[in-house]
Design a protein around this ligand. Sequence first.
Ligand SMILES: *[C@@H]1O[C@H](CO)[C@@H](O)[C@H](O)[C@H]1NC(C)=O
Length: 274
Amino acid sequence: MGLRRNVTAGIALVLLLSFVSKFSQFRTPTFDASKTTPHPSVDLVRYPSGIPHKFDSQGNIQPFRGNTIIAFLYRFSQARFHQQLVDLYVKLDASHMNNYLYVLLPPSTWHVTFFEGVYDKIREPGRWPDDLSIDATMQECNSLYTNKLSSFDLQTDPPYHFTFTNFATLNRSGISLHLEPSAEDNVKLRSLRDRLSTLLHIRAKDHDKYEFHLTLAYMLRYLTAEQQQELENLLASSLQAIPKELKLHAPEFCTFEDITTFRQVLHLRTPPAL
Ligand SMILES: *[C@@H]1O[C@H](CO)[C@@H](O)[C@H](O)[C@H]1NC(C)=O
């Protein structure tokens, strides 16, 4: 009786151990790009932040509906800045790292986000308006925001002055330009963000620490030290050519179906003087 119990316990232990070892093998965080397959339940920790919502791990654009308040980088009104970014884009596009380490955003989408809106797929406290039903459609959210924003007073007249300091957040999310607002415009923009948060009933966790940036590409995978170095060298070769000063115009409320298609709904503005 005692023996049989020991045998049974022994078998159970062996089974448990083999299960644990299989499981831990499965969890070993080695990464072989050729073996990954796009899957919605992709292990988030193994990929930079744009995956799986905005792109799959192969760089295919994913449906990702939402709305946002952004200032576009315009080819004509910001010609010098735009041209230098196009030169960098051409280099990044031609690199063997393209579509392997990162995926580029089309120049027609280049923008600086002033205030991040709502994402259909991310209905969390702070990210989904608390004055709208959690089951409402994205369409309903867009209509609500369009109504609210059409009578919103921007209060501060553009342009807004930014300084391009360096490239930012390489490994964890993508290739972007860090943009520092002038001291005076920083005060205006922080106040604008606070008023938008109140109006639209959302407040992201990083609301107060939000950093302005312009994203050129999303990372498809984490970089090794060598890859990071190679990419940094490529970016450094363009650093001096990009103008330091950038003026941005009035932000626009946009809706989108995925991260590359923006529909411009309205310009935020100050009411015309009477
Ligand atoms: C990129 O981030 C990942 C995940 O945090 C990390 O494992 C990897 O070492 C980082 N690469 C570099 C070059 O810092």
